[in-house]
Design a protein. Structure first.
Length: 239
């Protein structure tokens, strides 16, 4: 196999062949996110580790089967394989330091850093049956997977920012929804200024934007402070 000093873009038809080349593989799963720091880190690792490690990229939008194989892990994600093609580690919402850590792990066995806790403590979740209401839950890039994608009930996400007037005007209505539907739907708020990974991933171009997630997938979405439209989305999600 030729020596590659740049990341290899591949697909579901060819990934299995790459995993049989007898080299460790650092696989990046992505959804077309534009992320120059991450791209630079991948390119640097591919260049420095040429001949010893393959850096591979797969767009899961075009290869959903690969994404499903890895349990629809939140992207951008890294799956690390040993030279026999066996999965050794994985990480979601990765940043440049994750690329470097996984490359060192695959190349010389350097232990990976311990994963940081995914969930921020919340006294009482408004999506738990029988739980007392605690209002909308503030989520972040780090807690998104646990609070939204792994939720056992549908989730209404309010993408907002503190400077946004319409966001503030609709906030009391969102608060009321969390009370009215407590135990049936979880209501969360994501500050798009402070959590740009999720804002980019879901292509949030205007705020407020509201979306319904069910079983880890976005099933409905609308922009604007429209109470009747928001309630309609919620009712349809519960139908």
């Amino acid at each position: 196999m030729p020596v590659f000093d740049t990341p290899i873009t591949t697909d579901s038809n060819n990934l299995s062949k790459i995993l049989k080349q007898g080299l460790p593989v650092l696989l990046l799963l992505h959804e077309g996110q534009r992320d120059k720091p991450l791209e630079d880190a991948l390119s640097k690792v591919a260049r420095k580790q040429k001949g010893d490690l393959l850096v591979v990229k797969v767009d899961v939008r075009e290869n959903p089967g690969i994404h499903k194989e890895y349990k629809n892990i939140a992207t951008p994600a890294i799956i690390s394989f040993d030279k026999k093609g066996k999965v050794q580690a994985e990480a979601d919402y990765v940043r440049p330091n994750d690329v470097r850590s996984h490359a060192a792990f695959l190349s010389n066995g350097t232990p990976l850093p311990e994963a940081k806790p995914k969930a921020e403590p919340v006294a009482i979740s408004n999506g738990n049956n029988g739980a007392k209401h605690s209002g909308p839950i503030q989520v972040s890039d780090n807690t998104w997977r646990n609070e939204v994608l792994k939720s056992k009930v549908p989730v209404l996400v309010d993408f907002w920012a503190p400077w946004c007037g319409p966001c503030r005007s609709i906030a009391p209505y969102v608060e009321q929804l969390s009370k009215d539907y407590a135990g049936r739907i979880k209501v969360v708020k994501l500050d798009t200024d402070r959590n740009q990974v999720m804002a980019r991933r879901y292509d949030i171009r205007s705020i407020p934007t509201f979306a319904i997630f069910d079983k880890g997938q976005q099933v409905a979405r609308m922009s604007g402070a429209n109470p009747s439209g928001i309630k309609r989305m919620v009712e349809q999600a519960l139908a």
